[in-house]
Design a protein around this ligand. Structure first.
Ligand code: ADP
Ligand code: MG
Length: 369
């Protein structure tokens, strides 16, 4: 997959940007706070994902503007596609177009532009909070199976409703029986999500282990294991709507009194995690910084390789300020693994050793030579 052209105007500080990137390495350099990460973020948003910096849509529009206009054309080995978005501080005025066809939600863009973004925060993937790992796996699945993001959104909505109800029951405003309808929905959605996340993690483990083996030169072994708070063993189980929904529902029933007491849902996919181990010991608890970085890189590169395998197309890689964070051997490793893919790299210094098309960013614009 290649981005053939990209333009942005009014997205944060970006002004009148119009690029024809190279099909290989693209290097965006410039001083701090000029808009390099904003440019990466703007490309990323057009892949259907949420901001990797947690920026809300209204805050993507320039402080002094009303609209952010983004568009790109891509070639995905089969055809050319166009993605356009006009974001507004007023969500009613938002416009999203895929190949000229209007869409309602940004997440409907999943499936067109496939990207993998690496940020300095991603280097904390194995060490950081379970929430980051949950979001990471959710995103990886959404990129392959676009409808999945809506399932997750539905689950989150049911969870919110159920938690509100639990509090109302504790205050005597609602009855415990009112939970029944929510429990059933939660069990079905949760069982489906569990199966997909288990299977994805299993696949990612294979890719990541191989990559880690290479980074550590065969000295250490990485393992990933999906930790479900509902199921003791998901191996070989796919019947989410039957047996697994039933098991999920029984657990919700079993936890009901305790859930009412604490005022939230104690067990469910929203509490699941991925256990990352190096040589059998939890990387988060016992790993060195180097082991955690190698784990995180292996997981992120694994994401790119699985996307390639599932979609028969190489994703576009966005490396935001991440190379300068890594030592030379990890830097060379990651670049060597990404050969053949289109890459956008941001950095403060024009990296002299890397070959690629260079763009200088200043005050939200690309300087033309
Ligand atoms: N909504 C916005 N409107 C205008 N400018 C913004 C907005 N949000 C962030 N910025 C500006 O973007 C700049 C940071 O851009 P960034 O891409 O993070 O820089 P860097 O080149 O260091 O990666 C800051 O100057 C910030 O004020
Ligand atoms: Mg930056």
């Amino acid at each position: 997959m290649r981005i053939l052209s990209f333009s942005a105007d009014g997205f944060k500080n970006l002004k009148n940007i119009s690029l024809s990137p190279s099909e290989g390495v693209n290097i965006v350099h410039g001083e701090n706070a000029q808009g390099k990460t904003n440019l990466i973020e703007a490309i990323w948003i057009l892949s259907g994902a949420k901001s990797f910096r947690g920026t809300k849509e209204k805050d993507m529009v320039a402080f002094d503007g009303d609209f952010a206009r983004l568009s790109l054309t891509l070639f995905d080995n089969e055809r050319e596609q166009t993605v356009e978005a006009v974001l507004s501080k007023n969500p009613k005025e938002r416009k999203i177009l895929l190949n000229g066809v209007k869409l309602r939600y940004m997440t409907q863009l999943f499936g067109a532009l496939k990207c993998v973004v690496f940020t300095p925060e991603d280097l904390e993937l194995s060490k950081g909070s379970p929430e980051n790992r949950r979001a990471f796996i959710d995103l990886c699945i959404s990129q392959i199976k676009p409808a999945y993001s809506r399932t997750v959104a539905k689950y989150e909505n049911v969870l919110l409703q159920r938690n509100t109800l639990l509090k109302n029951i504790a205050q005597g405003i609602s009855k415990p029986d009112d939970l029944d309808v929510w429990d059933e929905q939660m069990a079905r959605l949760g069982a489906y999500i569990s199966v997909l996340k288990y299977q994805y993690t299993k696949k990612l483990a294979i890719f990541a282990r191989r990559l880690y083996d290479e980074i550590s030169k065969g000295k250490e072994q990485l393992d990933l294991k999906y930790l479900s708070t509902v199921f003791s063993d998901l191996e070989g189980k796919e019947d989410w709507s039957g047996e697994l929904s039933g098991e999920y529902l029984s657990l919700l029933r079993k936890n009901r009194q305790e859930d009412i007491r604490v005022g939230f849902t104690l067990a469910g996919v929203h509490r699941d995690d991925v256990l990352v181990t190096v040589n059998g010991a939890s990387a988060k608890d016992f790993g060195s910084q180097g082991q955690n970085r190698s784990s995180a890189l292996s997981m992120k590169l694994g994401q790119a390789f699985i996307l390639n395998e599932e979609t028969k197309d190489m994703p576009v890689i966005l490396l935001d300020d991440v190379l300068s964070e890594l030592d030379r051997s990890r830097r060379e490793f990651i670049i060597s693994k990404l050969k053949g893919m289109q890459i956008f790299i941001t950095c403060c210094e024009p990296v002299s050793r890397l070959r690629g098309k260079r763009f200088e960013m200043k005050a939200g614009s690309i300087l033309t030579k």
